[in-house]
Design a protein around this ligand. Structure first.
Ligand SMILES: O=C(O)Cc1cc(O)ccc1O
Ligand SMILES: [Fe+2]
Length: 452
């Protein structure tokens, strides 16, 4: 199958005006889409009998009574209601996919850590290839998050999944994936991201493998676009660059498995048909993809290095204003023009904890050692900053306008301390010597004035 063809069973809405390649533009829009003409009821949600013999079903992403500007829900018109599965749920084990609280007494999380890319494996799917690196907060109280690396080289076949615990922010680094979801099909590749909402059923197929990437599993309030404040109505991530798929459905009766992540545990049940049978839907609770190359960075244009919050793509609020459960922050290509300024990140200690991943190229604070596919963790209040080489180069170079090219890294930043899993501490390729990158930093102070 070439990656432009849909699975034979999947019937997708015809592209209509305003859609490109099966996607509708916008973030948080109220969309409507139908794969068969007239499948979507107009002017009401629950007709006595739906067209085509479809069943109406609502999926809520916020409490019924959430404030109306935050309320999210989608109405699905499907071949069968989701509740039609053919067995009870039974517990299964996915030992590498962990949930908070996951605090292993033998693992030390206090520290500065860095990993090389986790190597690809054999026969790994979206479910068996998920490797939790860190977790924070508590999945049961819907606070915090987990970070994962996925290693996927096999498609899910007659197998479906949803997470009741979380929405998943997916950041590919290698390979191309297809998410066949109840609400339509999303293809993503490196330099794109996708958000899969809590409760949405999908199957993950490999379009071009092997695939590796990063996942932020958000237990809390949903990701949203940050307020831009005085920046105004444009730049950073723009709403129109987010894409939601048009309706697509399968009418396929084959013995299949549904796996559910629920309160940190995994269960599966049998289902006699594809659950991706939503023929039409309308609403604002839906999956979305975004091309990171459309992120318009705004920065300092005279002097000084602003806080990295200037590069926030998405923010998941915690309830405390301005203090995110998670910020997703992007360090991409940009011009550096600041005069008389130490341009890379300053040395710092941060109350938030910072997990970073490299999508491609070189990160300015760490020209060596932090390689594409690699991860670093600078946990709550633990000091970090440029390595010795980056410091020297930035302190003594001739400053003029300079294009920071060949660079795309990101940060999952949370208000909570992140706890390493046993996998991160003992199985993943941890760089034991990481903190040595700062050990040769010199004392320059000798009591005499002047720049040294
Ligand atoms: O630690 C890091 O490299 C991430 C980061 C980047 C930056 O420009 C400012 C602060 C910060 O934590
Ligand atoms: Fe930092």
């Amino acid at each position: 199958m070439t990656h432009h063809e849909l699975p034979a069973s999947m019937i997708r809405a015809k592209d209509t005006v305003g859609t490109t390649a099966g996607y509708m533009p916008g973030f948080g829009n109220d969309f409507e889409t139908e794969a068969l003409p007239g499948a979507l009821p107009q002017g009401m949600n629950s007709p006595q009998r739906c067209n085509y013999g479809l069943y109406g079903e609502q999926l809520t992403g916020t409490a019924f009574t959430a404030p109306s500007h935050q309320n999210e829900r989608t109405w699905c018109y499907r071949i069968r209601p989701s509740v039609k599965h053919s067995s009870r749920y039974s517990k299964i084990d996915l030992p590498y996919w962990k949930s908070a609280p996951c605090v292993d007494p033998d693992v030390i999380s206090l520290g500065q850590y860095r990993w090389d890319p986790v190597p690809h494996g054999e026969g790994l799917t979206w479910l068996t290839g998920m490797r939790t690196m860190t977790s924070a907060g508590d999945v049961n109280t819907q606070v915090g998050m987990a970070t994962h690396i996925y290693l996927v080289n096999e498609s899910m076949v007659d197998s479906y999944f949803f997470s009741a615990d979380s929405e998943l922010l997916v950041v590919p680094q290698e390979g191309k994936l297809r998410f066949c979801t109840e609400l339509g099909v999303i293809d993503i590749e490196p330099q794109e991201i996708a958000i899969l909402p809590r409760g949405l059923v999908y199957r993950v197929e490999v379009l071009e493998g092997p695939c590796r990437g990063f996942v932020c599993e958000n237990y809390g309030q949903k990701f949203d676009l940050p307020g831009r404040g005085p920046i105004g109505a444009n730049c950073m991530a723009n709403r129109r660059d987010f894409k939601t798929p048009v309706a697509a459905y399968e009418d396929r009766e084959v013995p299949s498995t549904m796996t559910i992540k629920w309160a940190g545990q995994f269960h599966s049940c049998k289902i006699d048909q594809s659950p991706l049978d939503v023929v039409a839907w309308h609403g604002n609770y839906c999956p979305v993809k975004y091309d990171l190359k459309t992120y318009c960075p705004v920065g300092s244009i005279l002097f000084d290095h602003p806080d990295p919050s200037i590069f926030t793509v998405l923010t998941a609020p915690s309830g405390v204003e301005g203090t995110a459960n998670i910020d997703f922050v992007l360090f991409r290509e940009r011009w550096m023009v600041m005069e008389d300024t130490f341009r890379p990140p300053w040395y710092h200690k941060n109350i938030m904890s910072e997990l970073m991943g490299n999508i491609y190229g070189q990160y300015d604070a760490k020209p060596q050692g932090f390689i594409p596919g690699g991860v670093s963790l600078h946990n709550m209040m633990l000091p970090h900053g440029p390595d010795r080489d980056a410091f020297d180069k930035a302190s003594y170079s001739e400053l003029g306008p300079e294009k920071l090219d060949n660079t795309m890294s990101f940060m999952f930043e949370t208000r909570f301390p992140q706890h390493l899993t046993a996998f991160a501490a003992t199985e993943a390729p941890l760089q034991d010597e990481y903190i040595d990158c700062w050990s040769t930093i010199e004392k320059k102070f000798d009591g005499t004035p002047g720049k040294k």
